[in-house]
Design a binder for this molecule. Structure first.
Ligand code: SF4
Length: 376
């Protein structure tokens, strides 16, 4: 990409800028591979500001890899609750168990061994190994790819296999072998701050003089847009049962797998966490929810319930746009369903409760808001 002298200057300028302007983030104050690993997993698809409190709470409860490996999965999910993409938490714990069983509790230094762990891909392994152990692996994620695409004025879909491979070669070429961990962080920081997707701040950029996109006036038009997967609109109806003590019930994560009629559709949407009785509806939400409850509830609890509509809410999971139609069902005694757990409704909406997804929290909040309005 650059001849030797230009490359040396490029590295000096980017690292100089990073030393002076990098954000003070909790995972930058450590070389502990466990902490760096945790931050990298939490930061996938999630903003820094959202991650920080989760990161701190998680470490307070699971300060090292053994504590995480030995914890009940339910507790790990509870501490992840609200952060989304829950397979990350499940894989994190599985990987912790493998590290304890096969690597004597130490994150492996070897790239192939790191890549063999659940939830660890090329980007994550390069980030952890370079930052924690100083090994020479260049990271390539969306932020770094954008910076590289602009530096080289590269057109087309960056995720296309050959183009991504070329970007990885460019990242390897630029990597500073003297300080690979810092270098990777500097590239990511540039992408996350100045070289942002929409309005890159080229006037403040430490490597603007090397940037082809800037020279060509293309900085804000690169990378070119990828073809988006078509959005799917989904409508879900959920029943919030409520007894006179303010209690409701949630269904267990495993019940999603066993309920054959809804399993494939609902499982990814409730993230295999504790959830209200929920069904995908197409035409007549109350009637379809009634039918679902009749199938779900145990014989003695079967009834036709009065469904009181609550405020509609919206939610998005990857390419799905979800309209939530919660219904309150006021009952003298909560009905029985297999795998159900009785909880106080206000607990479901807060962080101290069971492992629930954001979608379930939104439903709980809708029920609480409407209750408060009715009480007022
Ligand atoms: Fe990004 Fe602008 Fe810097 Fe180029 S000059 S790397 S587009 S911030």
């Amino acid at each position: 990409m650059f001849p030797a002298r230009k490359l040396a200057l490029f590295r000096r300028q980017l690292l100089g800028w990073f030393h002076e302007f990098q954000r003070d983030l909790p995972w930058r104050r450590t070389r502990d591979p466990y902490r760096i690993w945790l931050s990298e997993i939490m930061l996938q698809q999630t903003r820094v500001a959202a991650v920080i409190p989760y990161y701190e709470r998680f470490l307070a409860r699971f300060p090292d890899v053994r504590a995480l490996a030995e914890a009940p999965q339910e507790e790990v999910l509870r501490l992840w609750s609200g952060l989304g993409y829950y397979s990350r938490a499940r894989n994190l714990q599985k990987a912790a168990q493998e590290i304890v069983a096969k690597h004597r509790g130490k994150f492996p230094r070897d790239l192939d061994r790191a890549l063999a762990l659940p939830g660890i891909g090329n980007y994550t392994s390069a980030a952890i190994l370079s930052i924690a152990y100083g090994t020479k692996h260049a990271v390539l994620d969306g932020n770094v790819a954008r910076v590289l695409a602009r530096l080289g004025a590269i057109r087309g879909d960056l995720r296309e296999t050959n183009r991504w491979r070329n970007l990885q070669e460019n990242a390897n070429h630029l990597l500073d072998p003297e300080s690979p961990g810092e270098w990777n962080q500097a590239m990511m920081e540039l992408g996350a701050t100045l070289c942002s997707p929409r309005a890159p701040q080229c006037l403040l950029c430490p490597v603007a003089q090397f940037c082809r996109a800037r020279q060509l006036g293309l900085a804000d038009r690169l990378p070119e847009k990828r073809k988006q997967r078509a959005t799917e609109e989904v409508t879900l109806a959920a029943a919030v049962f409520l007894d006179p003590r303010g209690r409701t019930f949630l269904l267990s994560p495993s019940s999603v797998k066993t309920r054959h009629h809804t399993s494939n559709e609902i499982a990814p949407l409730v993230s295999k966490m504790w959830h209200f009785p929920t069904v995908r509806v197409r035409e007549n939400a109350p009637a379809e929810l009634q039918r679902f409850l009749a199938e779900l509830l145990l014989e003695a609890s079967k009834n036709r319930f009065r469904l009181e509509p609550l405020s509609k809410a919206r939610h998005a999971v990857t390419y799905r746009k979800i309209t939530l139609l919660p219904f309150r069902v006021t009952v003298a005694a909560l009905p029985s369903a297999s795998g159900a757990k009785v909880v106080v409704l206000t607990d479901v909406s807060s962080h101290s409760s069971l492992a629930v997804s954001n979608l379930t929290r939104k439903i709980a909040r809708a029920a609480l808001i409407t209750r408060a309005a009715a009480a007022g």
